[in-house]
Design a binder for this molecule. Structure first.
Ligand SMILES: O=C(O)C(=O)C[C@H](O)[C@H](O)COP(=O)(O)O
Length: 215
């Protein structure tokens, strides 16, 4: 079992945009807007038929973009996303079989969890940086604050229900390394080709301070 450490990647930005790409032609301008806004870590969700191709074109054409794959739920997807250019993998939750496969993935992984027991099971497999999903309905920032005492080795990237108003509460916790969210990539703005809006929202998100230390 050999896992790559995701922290050097996550150190690059306090917010990981969670992107749903419906039209392939949106991928490059969207990714450019995110990178220009200061959010180079782009999680492309495997929720649409063009997701893999979107990862490939972003990886090939957008300088500075660090493409990841989101919504990975099955071991069979790991090879496909890495081949498409994903340099990290994010999962919404983690079955035992998926966890075993992720432990051998050739790229850094943020496996999803929503409870102390799930976090402990992942910790036992060697995963130290976890996605906390869905963050708000699962207990939000107070939950992660509560885990810091009993599980001090773990770091989290909460996602789900996070926006500009509550992101600072999460990022103020030393065990939160970044937050994920779709608020910087609103579906209506993408549909309208309004990538300036994405750039503007990203620039604000990129400035959010975080308490976590990376050295
Ligand atoms: O598709 C996945 O694998 C996910 O991880 C779900 C996303 O993380 C959330 O949909 C983002 O949450 P919002 O910022 O509340 O929109």
């Amino acid at each position: 079992m050999s896992q790559s450490n995701p922290l050097p990647l996550i150190a690059r930005a306090p917010v990981i945009p969670v992107v749903v790409i419906e039209r392939l032609e949106d991928a490059v301008p969207l990714a450019r807007a995110l990178v220009e806004g200061g959010l180079p870590l782009i999680e492309v969700t495997l929720r649409t038929p063009v997701a893999l191709r979107a990862m490939s074109v972003i990886a090939a054409e957008v300088e500075g973009a660090i493409v990841g794959a989101g919504t990975v739920t099955d071991r069979s997807q790991i090879e496909a996303v890495v081949e498409a250019g994903a340099t990290y993998i994010v999962t919404p939750g983690t079955t035992p079989a998926l966890a075993q496969a992720l432990a051998e993935a050739p790229v850094p992984v943020l496996p999803g969890c929503a409870t102390a027991s799930e976090a402990m099971a992942l910790d036992a497999l060697g995963f130290k940086v976890l996605k906390f999903f869905p963050a708000e309905p699962s207990g939000g920032a107070p939950f992660l604050k509560g885990l810091a005492g009993p599980l001090p080795a773990l770091r989290f990237c909460p996602t789900g229900g996070i926006g500009p108003s509550n992101a600072p509460d999460y990022l103020a916790l030393p065990n939160v390394v970044a937050v994920g969210g779709s608020w910087v990539v609103p579906g209506d703005a993408i549909k309208a080709g309004n990538f300036d809006k994405v750039r503007e929202l990203s620039a604000a998100a990129a400035k959010l301070p975080r308490a976590a230390k990376f050295d």
